[in-house]
Design a protein around this ligand. Structure first.
Ligand code: CA
Length: 236
């Protein structure tokens, strides 16, 4: 019974949020186990080995970031962080420590389910390493041909610089996941200096223009303000 269900661990101290999340997930055929503080979360994690963890950052006994550090010592389990709107720096810390994604409170049913699905899917991609090397990435009318290093929209070649292409390819290889500014800069330029963020923003502005996105429109790439960028997922 339920052996083929994904097992999700939810670590959250606020009862109303915990029961909201639990109800939604169980209604959508996930198995849910819960913990109300960080210590209990670690215990539940090691005894149940869940497929995904949903983690509140503000826990009564310890900072939720400590759970990420703990889990990443021995596990690649996907972790989605729950955080308040005002805590941009916490989201960045969580992602840089190895969290896979975050959801900003307050959130709705659809957003929660979309992030859970995308994170489980993303983790499958990286488990089948190389599945995205070579081949193509398709998102609506956008096609990225990794072998030819070409980006096309509605069959028209989009002329990107090498750097712009590298950024788009990196984002698409992690579609659905927020990549922090620091992680993009490290991957594209290898190191960072005081001008790196500006350099990234200029490249992103050019990319968005070339992809035909109007200001404020998020057709392919979403700017997660203060955190990083996310390539839209095909199922979003
Ligand atoms: Ca809390």
């Amino acid at each position: 019974m339920g052996n083929n269900k994904y097992k999700l661990l939810v670590i959250e101290d606020e009862s109303n949020i915990l029961s909201f999340v639990r109800t939604i997930l169980e209604a959508n055929n996930y198995q849910v186990i819960v913990a109300k503080n960080c210590a209990e979360g670690k215990l539940m994690y090691s005894s149940h080995i869940p497929d995904l963890v949903i983690l509140d950052l503000g826990l009564p006994d310890m900072d939720g970031l400590e759970f990420i550090t703990y889990a990443r010592e021995f596990s690649t389990v996907p972790i989605i962080v729950l955080s308040a709107r005002t805590q941009e720096s916490d989201k960045v810390s969580a992602l840089d420590l190895g969290a896979n994604d975050y959801i900003t409170k307050p959130f709705g049913t659809e957003e929660l389910l979309a992030r859970v699905r995308a994170t489980l899917r993303n983790n499958r991609y990286s488990a089948e390493s190389g599945a995205l090397a070579g081949g193509k990435y398709v998102l609506h009318d956008l096609v990225i041909d990794y072998d030819k290093r070409m980006v096309m929209i509605a069959n028209n070649n989009v002329k990107l610089t090498q750097t712009e292409y590298n950024i788009v390819a990196y984002l698409s290889a992690h579609a659905g996941k927020v990549l922090t500014y620091a992680s993009i800069i490290r991957t594209i330029w290898g190191s960072s200096d005081s001008g790196s963020i500006k350099k990234l923003q200029v490249n992103m502005a050019n990319i968005r223009k070339k992809l035909g996105s109007k200001p404020g429109e998020n057709k392919y790439i979403i700017n997660e303000l203060g955190v990083g960028y996310r390539m839209c997922d095909e199922n979003e």
